[in-house]
Design a protein around this ligand. Structure first.
Ligand code: SIN
Length: 282
């Protein structure tokens, strides 16, 4: 089906499209939003360049997709609203936020539907975000592997990430330390989930949060999980977005993994994010 109210320009064969003809600072009429939503389901991650929006306008855009998901206090920007995540890598910071392949908040029983990220300050070069299509990751597995994965459940947690963040990243002024604010999240999800809107199956394990397979030890789980992580991020399943200031990305956490490149030492990168509440993976 074609688009009449927006211009959709795919950026790679696997996923990702830039959308033109939309000003996110202005109210979006229902017919235009229906096309944006369709593009999001078709391309899994959509991008809008050259936007000049406030945090409230970013939140209003996110809310078109559903209720926003609040964040733990240590990730909030003090004085702003609880759904706003400030991702601020300073020139002296060694580690960035989102440095490994993942989909957001899979350590929670109900992970988010999607995340909208707005670029406020970007490094002169580097700091791209990569995305990987998890429908393709599932579809390209052998029938034997699909049968093996069918019915398997994975355990997800944020323990390792919290420890790493606390060791390496300075908390925002006025915010609580990660461990005080965010008790270790743990959740179980099917290794393959069915997307609630498209009915398609997607691989749903990620190196950042998945700890092991239910009913197996971590050591027993790792060989299969490591295979799936490598498969899930095969180059032909990915796209890579080169940010420009004012660009907004909105990705689908149910069918996409992403990774923020940590390749701009000595420079600042400042992004604001809101995330939309999802449904329990099945
Ligand atoms: C994230 O949400 O994981 C961060 C993505 C980015 O900063 O590019």
């Amino acid at each position: 089906m074609s688009y009449s109210r927006i211009v959709v320009k795919p950026i790679a064969g696997a996923l990702g499209a830039e959308i033109e003809g939309v000003d996110l600072a202005k109210p979006i009429d229902d017919a235009t939003f229906a096309e944006i939503r369709r593009a999001h389901l078709d391309y899994l991650v959509i991008f809008f360049r050259g936007q000049k929006i406030t945090d409230e306008e970013l939140a209003a855009f996110g809310r078109r997709f559903g209720e926003l998901a609040p964040l733990p206090p240590h990730r909030q920007f003090p004085g702003k609203f609880p759904e706003l995540l400030v991702i601020d890598k300073k020139p002296e910071d060694k580690l960035n936020f989102g440095w490994e392949w993942h989909s957001d908040t899979t350590h929670l029983p109900v992970p988010t539907l999607g995340s909208a990220l707005y670029a406020k300050i970007i490094p002169p070069v580097g700091g791209d975000t990569m995305f990987a299509n998890q429908y393709m990751a599932y579809d390209t597995l052998s029938d034997g592997m699909k049968k093996l994965l069918d019915g398997l459940v994975a355990v997800h947690s944020n323990g390792r990430i919290l420890r790493t963040l606390e060791e390496k990243v300075t908390p925002a002024p006025g915010s609580e330390p990660a461990s005080a604010a965010w008790a270790n999240g743990r959740a179980e999800h099917p290794v393959v989930r069915t997307h609630p809107d498209t009915g398609r199956k997607a691989l749903f394990v990620n190196v950042m949060h998945t700890e092991g397979l239910k009913g197996m030890t971590i050591e027993e789980s790792q060989p299969l999980l490591q295979y799936l992580y490598a498969h899930a991020s095969r180059p032909e399943f990915t796209c890579r977005f080169r940010w420009t200031e004012g660009a907004v990305a909105f990705w689908d956490n149910r069918s996409v993994q992403h990774l923020a490149m940590n390749d701009y030492p000595g420079h600042r990168r400042l992004m604001h994010r809101v995330q939309v509440k999802g449904t329990k993976p099945v």
